[in-house]
Design a protein around this ligand. Structure first.
Ligand code: SAM
Length: 280
């Protein structure tokens, strides 16, 4: 019988946050796959865990996944941990989980610390609807694509950032999103935990004077839906009614549907569109 892959969340700072289930699984597993064996050794030694370890990281995620799948097929139980927090969340694990799914190998998750959720809950920014972007991509094209998407985003936006990139990221967010509310969440669960609820403009000023230190999660307010709606309306008001309807027809809509959509966009009755188009 196949073994099970256990996805184990580990503390993001405070060792007291490890769960009882994770400790038991790490003790009982045949193997612990971890991102950095030296870093994880500190964690495991702290809890007096002596299970054998193997490395599983970004640079061996395909080859090593085959080896781990082999162990699971031999009936061994494998626990996957990363340097901190929940596997897969801006961390290795996705490829291995996918392969297990494809091979019909059981995978289970032992939930626990995760920096993005900890930050969101602490931020004071609405948490009902949110999107998690992780780290902004370094590749210029990918980054431009993500930023264009974020510009339209009305949900709360969560990002990870390293201290040496924080100022540049705040600056690009300011250029893209304008001045928005942002919670800068630092050193979560650690001694110097701090949440600064501010605006992008104020934050830029602050970090001109103060060098960023520690680990950061950024929680930015989404685009104000009222503002988005009035911006859309302004965009349509620049078009004549004829141009507006034609735009939809050119996109493949029939005349009636195009008139209906234009009326909706402009917040006016359909009859007004009809009268404008068919006046003699
Ligand atoms: N898998 C992890 C999780 O579940 O949150 C995230 C790993 S990602 C490689 C590391 C990033 O998470 C850091 O650069 C930082 O943005 C964020 N992070 C991790 N621990 C944090 C902490 N204690 N305080 C603030 N941010 C943290």
């Amino acid at each position: 019988m196949n073994g099970t892959l256990y996805l184990c969340a580990t503390p993001i700072g405070n060792l007291g946050d490890i769960t009882g289930r994770v400790l038991q699984t790490l003790n009982e597993a045949d193997m612990i796959a971890c991102e950095d064996t030296r870093g994880s050794l500190r964690l495991l030694s702290h809890f007096d865990i002596h299970t054998p370890m193997t490395s599983y990281h970004e640079f061996n995620k395909y080859d090593k996944a085959h080896t781990i799948i082999g162990m699971l097929k031999e009936g061994k139980n494998v626990a996957l941990i990363t340097d901190a927090g929940t596997p897969v969340i801006s961390d290795p694990g996705e490829v291995l989980v996918r392969m297990c799914r494809e091979e019909g190998i059981n995978v289970t998750s032992l939930p626990g610390p995760c920096a993005c959720i900890t930050a969101l809950s602490l931020s004071g920014i609405p948490g009902r609807r949110f999107c998690f972007e992780g780290f902004l991509p370094h590749d210029k094209k990918e980054r431009a694509f993500v930023l264009t998407e974020l510009k339209r985003e009305s949900r709360t936006i969560i990002l990870y950032e390293a201290p040496h990139h924080l100022k540049a990221t705040l600056s690009v967010l300011y250029e893209t999103l304008g001045d928005r509310e942002i919670a800068i969440c630092r050193e979560l669960t650690k001694r110097f935990e701090e949440v600064k609820l501010t605006t992008l403009c104020e934050a830029l000023g602050f970090y001109e004077e103060n060098e960023p230190r520690g680990e950061y999660v950024l929680v930015a307010a989404g685009r104000d839906p009222e503002e988005a709606a009035s911006e859309e309306r302004r965009k349509y008001e620049e078009l004549t009614i004829e141009e507006h309807v034609k735009q939809y027809e050119d996109g493949g809509m029939d005349h009636k549907a195009a008139m209906k959509q234009a009326a909706l966009d402009r917040g006016i009755p359909k009859r007004e569109i009809y009268n404008a188009l068919h006046k003699t």
